[in-house]
Design a protein around this ligand. Structure first.
Ligand code: HEM
Length: 474
C-alpha cells in the first residue's frame, strides 16, 4: 500500500480495474469507490450500514481513541455528534462570527508587519480563533505556546494514521512486541505521538477549568456545556464533563489543520495565478470598496470570491482519502457482493480531479464554477465531497466554509500576493508540492505579500483596533 500520493495511486487502480476496486489486505477487505456518484449511492444513501470506522491498533497506541472521528458507530458516537451539532449547525456557527472577524483583523495586521512569516500567522489565526471559541482563552495572554502544542499533535495524527504505514495495522498481534524490539518503530512513534495528543487535549482544558474556578473564564463552548452539569445526577455529570473535554479538543483536531492547509493553498495559488487575483480585486473593489473590510453578508454579492474558495477546496484536496468508513452488514451493489466489515474508501482526491466534472483538473480555474457571472448550480460543488459523506460527514463544514470565505475575501481585498523574488529581484517559480498524510499540507513555500494600496493599509490598521465583544448566545 502506498504511503504517499495515495489518492493518485488509488485513482490509477480504478482506471485499470473499474469503478469498484476490491482489495484484500491480509484478510482485511478494502473497497475503493471510483466516483463521487458511487460514494453518494453507498455512503450517503445507505448510510445506516456504512457509518462505522475501522480502528487500527495505531489509534489506541497513539492515544486517539477518545476523538469522535475514531469512535465506533453507536450511542457514544451519537452523543458526540449531537454535541457538535449544538455548536456547529448552520445557525449556531453565526455566534462565532464576531470572534472570526476580530482574529482575521489581527491576522491582516500580522501579515502587514511581518509578511515573510505568513505561515506562522496562518497557524496563529486558527489556533487563536479555535482556542477562543472552544475554551474562551486569549492565547496572546497565555504562557503556553498553544500553536506549537497543536502543531505537534496534528503532525502526529497526520503521520501515524496514514493507512498501511505500519505492519501492525495488518497484523494486530504485533502490538504485543516490546518497544525496543527491532521493527517496533510504530510503538516508539505512537508513544511520542500520544504525549503530543494528550498535551493538546489536557493543557487548554485544565487551564480553562482553573479560570472557571476563579470565576474569570470567558464564555465558550466549554462553559456552555459545563453549565448544565450542576443539574445532573453524579454519573451523568461526570460523563458530560468527559464529553465536554473530548469535544472541545476534537474541534481543534478536526478544524485547525484542515482549514489551515486550504488557506496555505490560497496564498500559493494567488502567487501563481495573478490574473485570478486581478479579477478578485476588481469584484471586491466594486462590491466592498475602500472604506470597509468584507463581511459574511457580502457572500452572495461576491460570486468570484466564492468560486476561488471552492476552487481552493477542489484543487488542494486536504483529506485525500477521506476517513474510511466501515460496513456493518453484508451488502450488494451493481451485482457485486460486499461483505460486512469491508473498509470503504472514498477517494476524494480522485473526485476532485474527475475530468467528467472538471476540465483541466490540475489547473486552478475558479471560472469553472461560474455561469453568467453567478455560481453555476450545474457544476459539481466540491463541498459535496471534500467534507466526506453520510452520517460521518464533517460536522465542522459550515464553520469551515464560512472561515474560508471570509479569510479569502479579507486577504484579497487588502493584500496582493506575488511570487518570491531572487537576489536580483527576478520572480521565482513556486513548486506546488504536497506533504502527504491523512491531511495533505502544501509544502513550505515563499511568497511576497504587500498591501494593495494606502487605503488597504489604513483599513488593516483600523481593523486591528476593533474588538470582538462577547458571545452572548453561548
Ligand atoms: C477545510 C476544512 C475541512 C475539511 C476539508 C474537512 C474534511 C473532513 C472529512 C473528509 C471528514 C471525514 C468524513 C467522513 O468520514 O466521511 C471529516 C470529519 C470530521 N471533521 Fe472535518 N473538515 C474540515 C473542517 C473541520 C472543522 C472546522 C471541524 C470542527 C469544527 C471539523 C471536525 C470534524 C470531525 C469532528 C470529524 C469526524 C466526524 C465523525 O467521524 O463522525 N472539520 N472532516
Amino acid at each position: 500500500m502506498p504511503t504517499t500520493n495515495m489518492g493518485a495511486h488509488y485513482a490509477q487502480l480504478v482506471e485499470k480495474y473499474g469503478d469498484l476496486v476490491y482489495l484484500d489486505a491480509f484478510g482485511q477487505p478494502i473497497l475503493i469507490l471510483g466516483t463521487h456518484e458511487i460514494a453518494v449511492d453507498l455512503l450517503d444513501k445507505r448510510s445506516s450500514k456504512y457509518s462505522d470506522r475501522a480502528i487500527s491498533p495505531i489509534v489506541q497506541l497513539g492515544g486517539f481513541d477518545w476523538v469522535v472521528v475514531f469512535i465506533r458507530y453507536g450511542p457514544l458516537w451519537r452523543r458526540h455528534r449531537r454535541a457538535f451539532h449544538r455548536f456547529f449547525n448552520p445557525n449556531a456557527v453565526k455566534q462565532f462570527r464576531p470572534i472570526q472577524r476580530d482574529h482575521i483583523g489581527h491576522f491582516l495586521t500580522n501579515l502587514l508587519s511581518t509578511p515573510d512569516d505568513f505561515s506562522e500567522h496562518i497557524r496563529h489565526l486558527f489556533t487563536a480563533t479555535i482556542m477562543r471559541i472552544t475554551y474562551g482563552l486569549n492565547i496572546a495572554e497565555e504562557d503556553e505556546d498553544y500553536a506549537t502544542i497543536a502543531e505537534e499533535a496534528l503532525s502526529a495524527f497526520s503521520d501515524l494514521l496514514v493507512p498501511g504505514k505500519y505492519l501492525v495495522e495488518l497484523f494486530p498481534s504485533l502490538r504485543k512486541i516490546p518497544a525496543w524490539f527491532p521493527g517496533a518503530q510504530f510503538k516508539r512513534d505512537a508513544a511520542e505521538g500520544k504525549k503530543a495528543v494528550y498535551r493538546i487535549r489536557d493543557t487548554p482544558w485544565e487551564r480553562t477549568l482553573k479560570l472557571i474556578r476563579e470565576g474569570t473564564a470567558e464564555p465558550s463552548i466549554t462553559t456552555a456545556m459545563l453549565d448544565r452539569i450542576p443539574t445532573l445526577p453524579a454519573q451523568e455529570a461526570s460523563d458530560e464533563e468527559e464529553l465536554t473535554k473530548y469535544i472541545t479538543a476534537a474541534v481543534y483536531g478536526g478544524g485547525a489543520d484542515t482549514t489551515l492547509a486550504t488557506i496555505h493553498a490560497l496564498f500559493m495559488l494567488m502567487a501563481k495565478y495573478p490574473e485570478v487575483q486581478e479579477k478578485a480585486h476588481a469584484e471586491l473593489d466594486k462590491v466592498v470598496g475602500p472604506n470597509r473590510l468584507p463581511d459574511f453578508s457580502d457572500e452572495t454579492a461576491l460570486p468570484y470570491i466564492s468560486a476561488i474558495a471552492k476552487e481552493c477546496i477542489r484543487w488542494h484536496t486536504v483529506v485525500p482519502l477521506g476517513i474510511p468508513h466501515k460496513l456493518t452488514e453484508d451488502d450488494e451493489y451493481r451485482g457485486y457482493f460486499i461483505p460486512k466489515g469491508t473498509v470503504v474508501v472514498a477517494n476524494i482526491w480522485h473526485y476532485s480531479h474527475d475530468e467528467r466534472h472538471y476540465h483541466n483538473p490540475h489547473e486552478f480555474i475558479p471560472e469553472r464554477f461560474l455561469k453568467n457571472g453567478q455560481l453555476d448550480p450545474d457544476v459539481l460543488d466540491p463541498t459535496n465531497f471534500a467534507f466526506g459523506y453520510g452520517r460521518r460527514i464533517c460536522p465542522g463544514r459550515h464553520f469551515a466554509e464560512g472561515s474560508l470565505f471570509l479569510i479569502a475575501a479579507s486577504v484579497l481585498h487588502t493584500l496582493s500576493v506575488s511570487p518570491p523574488v531572487d537576489e536580483n529581484g527576478v520572480p521565482m517559480d513556486i513548486d506546488c508540492g504536497v506533504v502527504s498524510g491523512v491531511i495533505a499540507y502544501p509544502e513550505p513555500f515563499k511568497c511576497t505579500i504587500k498591501p494593495r494600496a494606502p487605503w488597504a493599509e489604513a483599513l488593516i490598521l483600523a481593523s486591528s483596533h476593533q474588538d470582538a465583544g462577547t458571545k452572548e448566545n453561548l
